[in-house]
Design a protein around this ligand. Structure first.
Ligand SMILES: NC(=O)C1=CN([C@@H]2O[C@H](COP(=O)(O)OP(=O)(O)OC[C@H]3O[C@@H](n4cnc5c(N)ncnc54)[C@H](O)[C@@H]3O)[C@@H](O)[C@H]2O)C=CC1
Ligand SMILES: CC1=C(/C=C/C(C)=C/C=C/C(C)=C/C=C/C=C(C)/C=C/C=C(C)/C=C/C=C(\C)C(=O)O)C(C)(C)CCC1
Length: 533
C-alpha cells in the first residue's frame, strides 16, 4: 500500500499583539462556568483522543523531522501515552470530581453534623509551557489534566520542535476554541504570555528558565508547577547484578537519545566492579545496535546544533576516558551513546546536566563515599537509581532525596503515566500524571455547612464567654495524652487502655459519660435521617 503523503503547515509564531486577546478569551470562557460541567470535560477528552488517532501520521512525521524520533518511540511514548492519559481521565473523571466527605479522624464527633467535605473546584485559566524532548507528550499530558479538572488553558509548545507545534495546532482545532488556545513562539511570546494573569502555570524545562517563570509568577502570586531537570546519579554496588544494571542503564541513555530529564547523568560504581560494568555496557551496546548505533532506526538524534555543540563541549572538556561509544556526526546531529570514565566530581561530565546520550562512570570505594559525592553534586535531583542489596538500596533512599527513584532499573517510576511524577527542591515543584494531573489543576476546597438547629450547641463560641461551656467542650473533644513531659510513652496498663476504649479517649469519667451521650445522640440522628428510628 502506498504511503499517504503527510503535510504539516509551516511553523508560524503567534503575533505578539494577538496574545492578550487570546488569553482574555480563555479567562472569559472560564467565567462562563461551561468548562466545569462533567459532560463538557468528557466530550473534550474524547475529542482529544480521536484527534490523536486521526492525526497519527502527522504526529509521526513531525517527531521524525524534529528529533529524528523513531516511529516506535513516537507511538510508545507520545501517541499511545497520550491516548492512555485521555482514557484514564475519561474512566475516572466522575469519581475524581465527587466531593470527599470528611469524617473521623479529621472531624471529631462534636463537629459531625456540619457536613465537612472537600469540594473539587477547577483552578481557573492555566498556562502550560513545555520542553522539546517529548514535545507532544509534555504539552498535552498536563493539558489532559487541565481539561479533566475543568480549567481553560493556553498551551505554549516548544519552538525547538516546530513541526510538532504545528500538529498541536491542528489537534487543538478539534476542541472548544473558546476554552483552549495555543500560542507558538519562543522567548518574546512566552514573555508576553507571562505578562498575563493566570490561575496556575505548569512549566516543563530547564531550571534556569524555571527560575524566570517562578519569579514572574511570584509578582502576581500565581501558583506554579515546575517540572525541571537535574544531575541524576545511579549507584551500583559490588553486590548488584552488573550485567543487568549495565543493560538497564544503557537503555535509559539510548531511549530518546538520552534526552530524558529523568535519565542518569553519572554512575557511582564500587571500584571492584568498574571493569565488569564497562564490559557489560559494551556488550549491551552491541546487542541494542547490532549494525552500529548510526544505522539503527531506533536511535533518535540530538534536537539541534546548539544542543549538539553543548554535548560535544562536555565531552571535549572532560579529563576522563571514553570507554563506550564516542562516535558523532554533526551533520546528522548524531551522537552515539557514550560512557566516560572519570575520577573527579569536578569533571564536566559530572557537574553538567547531560540531557543527551552521554554519561560518566565514577569509581568509588564504597556506598558512603558515593552518597557523599552525589549529595554534593546535586542534593535534590529529579531521580536516582540504585543497584545493590535491599539494605544498600534502602540506605540510598534514606540518605539521598530525589523527585522519584527506581531500584534495580532505569526510570521505571517515570515510565507509567498513571502515577505522580515530579521533582523536589530545585528539580521541580508539584507533580502531575494520573490522578495527580487532575489534582494539579484542582483546588481542594474545604466546605462546611452548619445546620440552623445546632445554634444552641454552639453557645461555647459566643460572647459573653462561659468557662464551664469551654470545659464541657474540652471533655468531649480532647484526647488524654499517653506521654510525659520528656516525650516518653507512659504505659498505664490494662486500666488505662480500658479507659481509652470504654471512655472513648476521654481522661475522666465525666468526659466519658458526655461522649457516650453524644455518640447515642449522633447515632440516633443518623438513624432518623435514614428513616430507621
Ligand atoms: N521534569 C521534567 O518533566 C522535564 C524537564 N526537562 C528539562 O528541560 C530542559 C531541556 O528542555 P528545553 O526545552 O531545552 O528547556 P527550556 O527551558 O529551554 O525551554 C522550555 C520552554 O521554555 C521557553 N523558554 C525558554 N527560554 C525562556 C525565557 N527566557 N523566558 C520564558 N520562556 C522561555 C521555551 O520556549 C520552551 O517552551 C532540561 O534541563 C531538562 O532536564 C525536560 C523535559 C521534562
Ligand atoms: C505479565 C505479562 C506481561 C508483562 C509485561 C510487563 C511487565 C511489561 C513492562 C514493560 C515496561 C516496564 C515498559 C517500559 C516502558 C517505558 C516507557 C514507555 C518509557 C517512557 C518514558 C517516558 C514517557 C519519558 C518521559 C520523560 C519525561 C517526562 C521527561 O524527560 O521529563 C506481558 C508480556 C505483557 C504479557 C504476559 C503477561
Amino acid at each position: 500500500m502506498a504511503a499517504t503523503k503527510v503535510t504539516i503547515p509551516e511553523y508560524r509564531e503567534t503575533a505578539l499583539d494577538a496574545i492578550p486577546a487570546i488569553c482574555q478569551k480563555v479567562r472569559d470562557t472560564f467565567q462562563t462556568h461551561k468548562t466545569k460541567d462533567a459532560e463538557f470535560r468528557l466530550v473534550q477528552l474524547r475529542k482529544l483522543y480521536w484527534a490523536l488517532v486521526d492525526l497519527t501520521p502527522q504526529i509521526k512525521e513531525a517527531l521524525r523531522k524534529d528529533l529524528g524520533k523513531s516511529e516506535y518511540e513516537t507511538v510508545f511514548t507520545e501517541i499511545d501515552w497520550l491516548k492512555n492519559d485521555c482514557m484514564f481521565q475519561i474512566r475516572h473523571l466522575k469519581n475524581f470530581m465527587k466531593d470527599e466527605k470528611l469524617g473521623s479522624p479529621h472531624v471529631p464527633l462534636t463537629y459531625s453534623f456540619m457536613n465537612y467535605r472537600i469540594k473539587k473546584d477547577p483552578i481557573g485559566a492555566v498556562l502550560i509551557i513545555s520542553a522539546y524532548n517529548y514535545p507532544l507528550h509534555l504539552l498535552l499530558s498536563p493539558f489532559v489534566g487541565a481539561i479533566a479538572a475543568g480549567c481553560t488553558a493556553v498551551l505554549k509548545p516548544t519552538e525547538m520542535a516546530p513541526h510538532t507545534a504545528m500538529v498541536a495546532v491542528e489537534i487543538l482545532k478539534r476542541l472548544d476554541p473558546d476554552a483552549y488556545a495555543i500560542v507558538n513562539g519562543a522567548i518574546p511570546e512566552t514573555t508576553a504570555l507571562l505578562d498575563q494573569k493566570w490561575d496556575k502555570i505548569l512549566y516543563t524545562g530547564s531550571a534556569t528558565v524555571g527560575a524566570i517563570i517562578a519569579k514572574k509568577a511570584a509578582e502576581t502570586l500565581t501558583p506554579v508547577c515546575l517540572e525541571l531537570g537535574g544531575r541524576n546519579p545511579a549507584f551500583v554496588t559490588k553486590n548488584a547484578n552488573i550485567a543487568l544494571a549495565a543493560r538497564r542503564l544503557l537503555w535509559g541513555k539510548a531511549h530518546n537519545a538520552g534526552q530524558v530529564c529523568m535519565s542518569h547523568n553519572y554512575i557511582l560504581v564500587e571500584r571492584e566492579v568498574v571493569d565488569s560494568l564497562i564490559a557489560h555496557l559494551n556488550e549491551s551496546f552491541r546487542e541494542f545496535f547490532p549494525n552500529g548505533a548510526k544505522a539503527s532506526p531506533d536511535l533518535s538524534r540530538v534536537v539541534n546544533a546548539r544542543h549538539f555543540a553543548r554535548l560535544k563541549k562536555m565531552l571535549d572538556n572532560t579529563k576522563g576516558k571514553i570507554v563506550m561509544g564516542g562516535q558523532m556526526d554533526e551533520k546528522e546531529l548524531f551522537i552515539e551513546p557514550t560512557a566516560v570514565l572519570v575520577d573527579s566530581m569536578d569533571d564536566s561530565m559530572v557537574q553538567e546536566e547531560s540531557f543527551g546520550p552521554i554519561f560518566s562512570i565514577f569509581p568509588v570505594d564504597n556506598l558512603d563515599q558515593a552518597l557523599g559525592i552525589a549529595n554534593k553534586v546535586h542534593r535534590t535531583p529529579l531521580t536516582l537509581f540504585s543497584f545493590g542489596t535491599k539494605d544498600e538500596n534502602n540506605k540510598v533512599l534514606n540518605e539521598m532525596l530525589s523527585g522519584g527513584a527506581t531500584i534495580n532499573d532505569s526510570f521505571t517510576h517515570g515510565s507509567l503515566g498513571t502515577v505522580p511524577f515530579g521533582g523536589v527542591g530545585d528539580s521541580g515543584w508539584g507533580s502531575y500524571r494520573g490522578k495527580a494531573s487532575f489534582d494539579c489543576f484542582t483546588h481542594h476546597r474545604t466546605v462546611a455547612e452548619t445546620p440552623a438547629w445546632m445554634e444552641a450547641l454552639l453557645r461555647v463560641r459566643y460572647m459573653p464567654y462561659d468557662w464551664a461551656k469551654l470545659r464541657q467542650m474540652a471533655r468531649l473533644s480532647e484526647t488524654a495524652p499517653n506521654f510525659d513531659r520528656e516525650g516518653r510513652i507512659v504505659r498505664k496498663g490494662l486500666g488505662y487502655w480500658l479507659g481509652v476504649i470504654f471512655g472513648l479517649g476521654s481522661g475522666s469519667a465525666k468526659g466519658a459519660l458526655l461522649r457516650w451521650a453524644l455518640v447515642v445522640a449522633v447515632g440516633y440522628a443518623v438513624a432518623a435521617r435514614r428513616g430507621m428510628a
